[in-house]
Design a protein around this ligand. Structure first.
Ligand code: IP8
Length: 245
C-alpha cells in the first residue's frame, strides 16, 4: 500500500508567527504515523510560516519567477530548515524519515509542466525509508525560478508511484460548506465551488480551491482532513472530505 501524505504548512508551522515550527502538533502527527501500519509512505509538507513569507518578500509565486540567486537561496534555505524540523520530529517518533529537496532534483519546463524525478523516491521506499519532500523554489525554464507547492508534488508523486491513497492533512477537518460543515464527498469541482474560498494567511500557491482541483485530477482516492483524523486516514478509513474525480 503506497500512501502519499501531505502535512499542510499551517499544520506543521504556526502560520502567523514567522519561522515557527508547531512542535507539539508535529510530534502528535509523528506519533500517529509511527502507530500506523502503512508500508510505503511518502510525506510532503508545505511552506507555512517558513516558505511563504520569504517567497512573498521576493515577489515569487507559482507564476511569478525570479532570477535573483539570493532570493532562490533564501527560500530554499527556509524550506530546508523546516524540512529538517519535520524529518527530525518523524525520526524522534521512530520513523525512518529522510529528506528530499525538490529544488535539487526537479524543474519546470517552458510549458510550466513539472518534471520531478521519482525513481530515487521509489528506491528509498524499497529500502524502507520514508522520503520527506516539501514545497520549494524550483528552476523554471524562461522564468528563473518559481514556487512549486507541496500539492503539485503530491500530484506528481501520486501518479508516478501509482499511490493507493492520498491525504492532505490541513488545519480544517475537511472541505467546509457555507454552514461550516464538512462536505463528505466531492466528485466534481462544481459540487463545492461556492464553499471554496481563498486561504486566510499569506499563501503564494493558492488555497483550498487549488488543492481540490488538483486532487480531482488524480487517479487515486484523496482525502482532506484535520490532524485529529490522521490515524483514521492511515488506517485506510474515510477521513474528512473524500475527493474522487
Ligand atoms: O505550502 C509552498 O508550498 P505549499 C512552498 O505546499 C513555498 O503551497 C516555498 C512557499
Amino acid at each position: 500500500m503506497t500512501v502519499i501524505l501531505k502535512l499542510g504548512g499551517s499544520v506543521v508551522t504556526e502560520k502567523d508567527q514567522p519561522e515557527t515550527v508547531a512542535d507539539d502538533r508535529l510530534a502528535d502527527l509523528a506519533t500517529a504515523v509511527a502507530d500506523s501500519d502503512v508500508s510505503d509512505l511518502v510525506v510532503v509538507h508545505g511552506g507555512g510560516s517558513f516558505g511563504h513569507p520569504h517567497a512573498a518578500e521576493h515577489c515569487v509565486s507559482s507564476t511569478d519567477g525570479t532570477r535573483d540567486p539570493e532570493a532562490v537561496r533564501d527560500i530554499a534555505a527556509a524550506m530546508e530548515t523546516l524540512n529538517r524540523a519535520v524529518v527530525g520530529a518523524l525520526a524522534d517518533a521512530g520513523i525512518p524519515a529522510v529528506p528530499v529537496h525538490p529544488f535539487s532534483t526537479g524543474f519546470r519546463d517552458t510549458d510550466g509542466d513539472l518534471h520531478l524525478p521519482t525513481d530515487q523516491v521509489a528506491a528509498m521506499l524499497d529500502e524502507g525509508f520514508v522520503p520527506v519532500l516539501h514545497g520549494d523554489v524550483l528552476t523554471t525554464a524562461g522564468q528563473g525560478a518559481t514556487i512549486v507547492s507541496g500539492d503539485d508534488l503530491v500530484s506528481a508523486l501520486a501518479t508516478a508511484l501509482a499511490a493507493d491513497r492520498v491525504g492532505l492533512c490541513s488545519t480544517v477537518p475537511g472541505v467546509l460548506d457555507a454552514d461550516g460543515d464538512v462536505v463528505p464527498e466531492i466528485t466534481a469541482f462544481e459540487d463545492a465551488a461556492d464553499a471554496l474560498g481563498e486561504s486566510d494567511a499569506t499563501d503564494v500557491t493558492g488555497g483550498m480551491a487549488a488543492k481540490v482541483r488538483a486532487l480531482l485530477d488524480l487517479g487515486s482516492p484523496a482525502f482532506v482532513f484535520g490532524p485529529d483524523a490522521l490515524d483514521a486516514f492511515l488506517a485506510g478509513d474515510d477521513a474528512g472530505t473524500r475527493i474522487r474525480g
